[in-house]
Design a protein around this ligand. Structure first.
Ligand code: URA
Ligand code: ZN
Length: 361
């Protein structure tokens, strides 16, 4: 059974050119007052400060596909389904978004074609463009050989994933059987992390901001009836669903006890979170421990959970360390959560991805 990584990012050359041409978030540059720090990737407003050392280091592992393949070989990963990393194209002016998306998607497709059998991809959508242009790119992606869906953030067209203006986009994705890979970027308002947040590096926004952002976005989709209108719309949720498997019961209970929803008639024919988790949602296994992974498996089923690494984020901190702790934590979690079911563990490590994403075509 192959090992497949469904959560692994790249900034293709066209995107790097854009980042290097900018001075506002998101951007890549070095700082003359601190040349030793090298190039820095600054993608969040909260990390664009002196105290956060202006973002994070960025080396060629973020854009050189040869490094992705070397990482895969090093960690026994046979196939990677690569996706553009955050913040995607959310920030582009409406006029240039569609053309840029085409260029970036073609860049990524070229990488896949040059490494036939090892790389597939999730495409990128020009979400700041008018909805017709987004739909046109979905239709184009559907005919590109290595594309297996699209990666999106939680902002939608600017006001979240419960926006009715997204309906034509969801309809096109459903029609072309394209999976949405839903990934966080914006986190929570920095005020919730308190005045000492920057003393704690990136821990609070990454460990808590990201998963809560994801959980809120999915819950808003659910409350607005996205999956009642689009019953075959499939979504792979990053980081084992944020906190969705853990909170699904509470979400259901809050819905069942909400007088406003009841008075609006919003209960009739409503699909439950549990039903959607088992029929529309897939979860990656990027949760770093067996406790969270067991919740994901319990919520969606071992046949709907897929291994991932989040490469090139979370590299080892030690100089010259070859094995990535982040990868080991995720693969150990699969082994431990499914210790008594070897075939389910193999499925999570790759078999599910081959079946769900049709990687044998
Ligand atoms: N940090 C990010 O900004 N993105 C990821 O995907 C992981 C960590
Ligand atoms: Zn990621």
């Amino acid at each position: 059974m192959p090992v497949v990584d469904v959560h692994t990012h790249v900034y293709p050359p066209k995107y790097m050119d854009l980042l290097r041409s900018r001075t506002a978030v998101p951007y890549v540059r070095s700082f003359p007052d601190n040349p030793a720090a090298g190039d820095r990737l600054v993608i969040l407003p909260a990390e664009d400060t002196e105290s956060t050392s202006r973002g994070r280091p960025i080396g060629s592992e973020y854009f050189d596909i040869k490094q992705k393949l070397a990482f895969m070989d090093q960690h026994g990963i046979d196939i990677s389904v690569i996706s553009l990393a955050n913040p995607w194209l959310d920030w582009l002016p409406a006029e240039s978004a569609a053309a840029t998306a085409r260029e970036i998607n073609d860049d990524v497709e070229r990488m896949c074609a040059e490494h036939e059998g090892r790389l597939y991809a999730f495409g990128t959508l020009p979400l700041s463009a008018p909805a017709e242009e987004v739909v046109a790119e979905i239709e184009r992606l559907a005919s590109i050989k290595h594309m297996r869906g699209v990666i999106i953030g939680t902002s939608g067209l600017g006001s979240g994933l419960d926006d009715p203006k997204l309906d034509p986009i969801f309809a096109a994705l459903e029609k072309h059987d394209q999976l949405i890979f839903l990934h966080p970027h914006y986190g929570l308002p920095t005020s919730v992390f308190g005045p000492r947040a920057s003393d704690y590096g990136h821990v609070l926004p990454l460990a808590l901001g990201f998963p809560l952002e994801t959980t809120i976005a999915v819950t808003r989709m659910l409350l607005s009836g996205v999956w009642d209108r689009f019953q075959s719309l499939n979504v792979l949720i990053a980081h084992s669903g944020g906190t969705l498997p853990f909170l699904a019961g509470r979400i259901e209970s809050c819905i069942a006890h909400d007088g406003h929803l009841k008075s609006q008639g919003a209960f009739e024919g409503r699909r439950s979170v549990w039903d959607i988790l088992k029929r529309n949602i897939y979860l990656d296994a990027v949760i770093y421990a067996d406790v969270g992974l067991k919740a994901a498996i319990e919520a969606s089923g071992a046949d709907r959970v897929m291994f991932g690494t989040d490469h090139p984020f979370f590299p080892p901190l030690g100089e010259g360390e070859k094995e990535w702790l982040s990868v080991k934590m995720n693969s150990d979690a699969v082994r431990s959560a499914l210790a008594d079911d070897r075939s389910a563990a193999d499925a999570v490590m790759g078999g599910n991805a081959v079946r769900i994403l049709k990687l044998d075509r």
